[in-house]
Design a protein around this ligand. Structure first.
Ligand code: MLT
Length: 405
């Protein structure tokens, strides 16, 4: 008898950003005269850097030539890109990561959703709360999260680690040791970042408890403070306990172009000594035919001297927005976090308003779209996220509208 995967049927509602998109589309249809500004989903607004565009054109021309044409890409990635990543993102930072420990993919979202497949269904996951919804939802799909309680908005088998102003957005160690620990720093959605000393404690904890840290470093290029690590492998002992996920979307504008990578060190093993590197390679080989050559050439251009200078300009552009939003909200009396090492501002809703009520208020009265904090988990209730990925003009207009509320 044909039956749908029952794990999927457990998922409440649609994916957070699809729900928001539907609400905004309905509002726009009912109010065609209003100009709605989106500071909701963290999607970039600036064009791809010139050296990336040049590399894309060059790669397209190669594909048009009989000599240079490429068919299937190697499923783990082309050496030219894996070597550039190993050199620039790791060796230059003093991290011991080899090119063949880097798996090129079509993006960090896919990798952060798929990586759970290489672990046993019985593994217990711990997530920071609030959390990027992909980590939890993908584990729900895998049948690892137990039952959902609509009242508390929690899954029975997930360990939630609150990250709030009270603990300076650094999770406390849970009572029960998890098998898989998701950490995103700089953090989506709170826009805060962990200091190296705090991350080192988590690496030590994971090694001691034989857990694995899945470290999402998608926002590392936004780090401005010295004591914030750009990679988990800056911490001693991370090779035996951490997987790291990276994106080209936020630093180089690849949200629509798609490229990312994941690092699985060869020293990382399960309790029986099974190398997780081999399992992830097996998964890539079976389910993935490699990121397109054209995108990988574009990714390699990011690591050239010009590419690096251009992405610094892009990051500065968005971080100016972060400052605009932070300064305006603070002067309007809001309590705000983030926006220093990340392109997200996390604000406390005024008068204890529920996150979704504040979302409606912002949409209807300021025509500004943000993301309700409760969409990221129970500890996000009473908070709201704004992204710095807008244009300068829209960001300035959005904050002016918010200040008039
Ligand atoms: C977000 O808005 O949280 C991001 O766009 C998520 C993502 O990168 O998938």
């Amino acid at each position: 008898m044909l039956k749908a995967n029952p794990n999927y049927l457990k998922l409440p509602g649609s994916y957070l950003f699809s729900t928001i998109a539907k609400k905004v589309a309905a509002y726009k249809e009912a109010n065609p005269d209003r100009t709605v500004i989106s500071l909701g989903i963290g999607d970039v607004t600036q064009p791809l850097p010139p050296s990336v565009i040049k590399a894309l054109h060059g790669a397209v021309d190669e594909m048009a030539s009989k000599e240079a044409f490429k068919g299937y890409a190697p499923d783990l990635g082309y050496d030219f890109l894996r070597n550039a990543i190993a050199e620039n993102d790791y060796k230059k930072r003093g991290c011991d990561i080899a090119a063949d420990e880097i798996f090129v993919s079509d993006g960090a979202k896919s990798d952060s959703g798929n990586i759970q497949e290489i672990f046993d269904e019985g593994c217990r996951i711990a997530v920071c709360d609030p959390v990027y919804p992909v980590y939890v939802d993908s584990n729900v799909m895998a049948g690892r999260t137990g039952t959902y309680d609509e009242k508390t908005e929690r899954w029975s088998d997930v360990i939630y680690m609150p990250c709030t102003a009270d603990n300076n957005f650094v999770p406390d160690f849970p009572e029960e040791a998890p098998d898989i620990i998701y950490i995103c720093s700089p953090n989506n959605p709170t826009g805060t970042a962990m200091a190296k000393s705090d991350l080192q404690k988590w690496v030590d904890y994971a090694n001691e408890h034989k857990s694995v840290i899945i470290y999402d470093a998608a926002y590392e290029s936004y780090i401005s403070e010295e004591d914030v690590p750009h990679s988990v492998y800056e911490c001693d002992g991370a090779r035996t306990c951490a997987i790291e996920i990276h994106s080209f979307s936020k630093n180089a504008g690849f949200t629509g172009t798609r490229l990312g990578y994941t690092v699985v060190p060869r020293d990382l093993k399960d309790a029986d000594g099974v190398q997780l590197h081999g399992l992830w390679a097996r998964r890539h080989g079976t389910k993935f035919n490699g990121a397109p050559y054209i995108q990988q050439k574009a990714g390699a251009a990011v690591y050239t001297a010009e590419g690096q200078a251009e992405i610094r300009t892009l990051v500065s552009y968005y971080m100016e927005n972060a400052k605009t939003i932070r300064d305006a909200l603070v002067s309007a009396g809001y309590t705000v976090y983030g926006g220093v090492n990340a392109p997200y501002i996390w604000l406390k809703t005024p008068d204890g308003k529920k996150s979704w009520d504040f979302f409606d208020h912002m949409l209807e009265d300021a025509n500004v779209v943000g993301t309700p904090g409760s969409g990221f988990g129970p500890s996000g209730e009473g908070y709201f996220r704004l992204t710095a990925f807008g244009t300068h003009e829209n960001t300035a207009e959005a904050v002016a509208r918010i200040k008039r509320l």
